[in-house]
Design a protein around this ligand. Structure first.
Ligand code: SF4
Ligand code: SF4
Length: 334
């Protein structure tokens, strides 16, 4: 049986974080199962772009500090790494992201080494988006990475979560949770259930399920830690695109989904003309001067939406009538 530890943690306070993480790892068998003195350990953080730790778009720097300090105390050499998305003139902004999130300070103060190359370095990510233009095929690439990188342990910083238009344009939701597991799929299944989402509804996880990267059946996952059953996150806002990402197995449902489908669109009032979206678009669908998107070319990878640090790439209903109906439903035309 797979095990997922769910701890309650309400703030990024170093000693409290270390206690919760150490207790959780003990429940997974203890640190000795994963690391030994002298090991070189890479903390693969989530550093999507130059965002502050309080934005909930990146792993919080104090969370990184807590894990780094535990590992240093165990005699390990600690590396902190990722490769941020987006690019200007062919250079990914990872070093800038390290500074913005406060990791540079953590690395200096904790004696850890920063590593600006993630599992998929630099601009190769855009190429993979082009090769795998839908969630199912992109899920195959993620499954490849998991099978080849052989991550030992997965720790999710869910103290500040992002709700709504993640991974960068949503709002902070204090979920107050830390999740830990050796099984990446079981961890995702538990996290999704907290949001009220079933794993079968998430097309990007299809390949991980089929290749048995981990456990996907809730009844075969033991929940341990501060919770013995999966807690629910009340009123958590899912992304607008979530409905259109559901598995399409019903003709009527397909028509309804298509009617309410969303598409990226640049809001010129918010746009700062940085051109990150233009240079990161894997199929070059965004016009550099006008920022208009060519929807005949767009593969809906949402990189532009995810990588715009100014929340200027918004998701609009493709169908005008659907847009009005949605707004009416939210009471915006009253
Ligand atoms: S939409 Fe965002 S990423 Fe694109 S040019 Fe404008 S500010 Fe930059
Ligand atoms: S326009 Fe945006 S969503 Fe469309 S392919 Fe380019 S980056 Fe992806």
């Amino acid at each position: 049986m797979a095990k997922v530890v769910i701890q309650e943690c309400r703030e990024y306070e170093l000693n409290g974080l270390m206690k919760k993480i150490n207790d959780g790892i003990e429940r997974l068998g203890g640190w000795d199962l994963f690391v030994h003195p002298g090991d070189k350990v890479l903390l693969k953080v989530n550093l999507i772009g130059p965002k502050s730790s309080d934005s909930a778009a990146v792993t919080h720097s104090e969370f990184v500090r807590a894990v780094a300090r535990i590992l240093k105390q165990r005699g390990c050499e600690v590396w902190i790494g990722d490769s941020s998305g987006g690019a200007i003139a062919g250079i990914a902004p990872t070093a800038k992201s390290f500074r913005a999130a406060g990791y540079e300070k953590v690395a200096v103060e904790e004696g850890a080494v920063k590593n600006v190359f993630g599992c998929i370095p630099g601009l190769r990510k855009a190429r993979y988006h082009k090769m795998a233009p839908n969630p199912e095929s992109f899920g195959e690439i993620l499954a490849d990475i998991h099978q080849n990188a052989e991550f030992k342990l997965h720790i999710m910083d869910g103290i500040f979560a992002m709700q709504g238009e993640g991974p960068t344009a949503g709002d902070v939701y204090p979920a107050n949770k830390i999740l830990m597991s050796t099984d990446p799929l079981a961890l995702d299944v538990a996290a999704l259930k907290m949001l009220g989402v079933e794993v079968g509804e998430v097309a990007i996880l299809g390949a991980a399920k089929e290749r048995k990267i981990g456990e996907c059946k809730l009844e075969d996952i033991i929940i341990d830690g501060d919770y013995k059953a999966i807690p629910k996150l009340d009123n958590f806002k899912l992304p607008k695109r979530y409905k259109s990402g559901k598995k399409r197995n019903n003709k009527v449902l397909i028509k309804v989904i298509d009617f309410f489908k969303t598409a990226p669109m640049v809001n010129r009032k918010k746009c700062r003309n940085c051109n990150v979206c233009v240079e990161s678009c894997p199929v070059k669908a965004i016009n550099r001067d006008t920022k208009q998107i060519d929807y005949k070319v767009c593969i809906e990878c949402m990189c532009c939406h995810e990588l715009c640090m100014y929340k200027a790439v918004e998701l609009k209903k493709e169908n005008f009538l659907a847009d009005i109906l949605t707004r009416l439903n939210r009471g915006k035309y009253r």
